[in-house]
Design a protein around this ligand. Structure first.
Ligand SMILES: [Zn+2]
Length: 285
């Protein structure tokens, strides 16, 4: 019932997908590279903040410092709360916006695509604030990418920070939904195994409601990404990612390379991802 009701009101349109794509395009064109802890990264955050504010979001910067293998660095997360009512539980959407240092990667798909998607989602959610069954927090994380190997002081800095802030807030959280690499023209979304089982089921149900079931599959594989830090902090979390990104299946040769450019992603894929992301709201109990 809730799913059908929401499907009728919370529509992610082709214009929303075009906004997601255009935002990713502007991020890549104007802010590449945008490695964690750099001035370019801070400028990238400002660009996204301006776009999400223009979409109707109430966006705040969260600047913080953290230890890294290259010394202490400054990071910038963005948070946008869309509040339906004070009593409602929260749903959190995540996208990182930083690029991988040292590999000359524009991150059109890896970072920019879902950061543009969050801006477009901000617009839809802000327009339908009063119809929402949950309060929604959108978080653009800095420092998802590690310098070397993922470790407690390397990678996921923004997610660790955002998860700690969420714990401190005392908010009731229904779901944390990680979004990454969902702009791929050849989109095949997987739900990695390292997730809360009921949320994987909710996403599969949402895929049917949204009419994109052929694009989504659960997998037994684990994927390290920002959502992991929320699981670690005790929140229910799930990850939507297309981790096969290359010139041929299995090759992954566009990932973390100079090949990760705008021509490899499409507004059509972002339309699928946006519809799926919103439909999940109708499947949470
Ligand atoms: Zn990456």
């Amino acid at each position: 019932m809730l799913a059908a009701l929401l499907a009728a009101t919370l529509v992610f349109s082709e214009a929303d997908a075009a906004r997601a794509y255009a935002t990713a395009e502007g991020l890549v064109a104007g802010h590449t590279p945008r490695d964690a802890g750099t001035a370019e990264g801070f400028a990238a955050a400002t660009y996204l903040m301006d776009r999400a504010s223009a979409a109707g979001g109430d966006v705040r910067r969260d600047r913080f410092t953290a230890a890294t293998p290259r010394g202490t660095k400054g990071f910038t997360n963005l948070e946008c709360a869309v509040v339906a009512s004070d009593e409602r539980p929260w749903v959190v959407y995540l996208s990182h916006y930083d690029t991988k240092a040292g590999v000359d990667c524009p991150g059109a798909n890896d970072g920019a695509s879902t950061s543009g998607l969050l801006v477009a989602l901000t617009g839809v959610l802000a327009r339908h604030r009063r119809d929402l069954p949950f309060n929604v927090l959108l978080v653009w994380t800095d420092g998802e990418e590690c310098f070397g190997r993922y470790a407690p002081n390397d990678g996921f800095w923004g997610a660790r920070r955002a998860a700690a802030r969420l714990v401190a807030s005392g908010r009731t959280v229904k779901a944390v939904i990680g979004l990454d690499m969902l702009g791929d023209r050849d989109l095949q979304i997987i739900l990695p195994h390292n997730a809360t089982p009921r949320l994987r089921q909710a996403v599969l149900a949402a895929a049917k409601t949204a009419g994109v079931a052929d694009k989504v599959a659960a997998t037994g594989d684990c994927v390290k990404d920002d959502h992991q830090e929320f699981l670690r902090a005790g929140f229910p979390a799930v990850e939507l990612i297309d981790f096969d990104y290359g010139s041929r299946p299995g090759l992954n040769d566009y990932w973390h390379t100079p090949q990760d450019t705008m021509d490899k992603i499409s507004a059509e894929s972002l339309l699928v991802a946006g519809r799926l992301a919103l439909a999940v709201l109708g499947e949470l109990r």
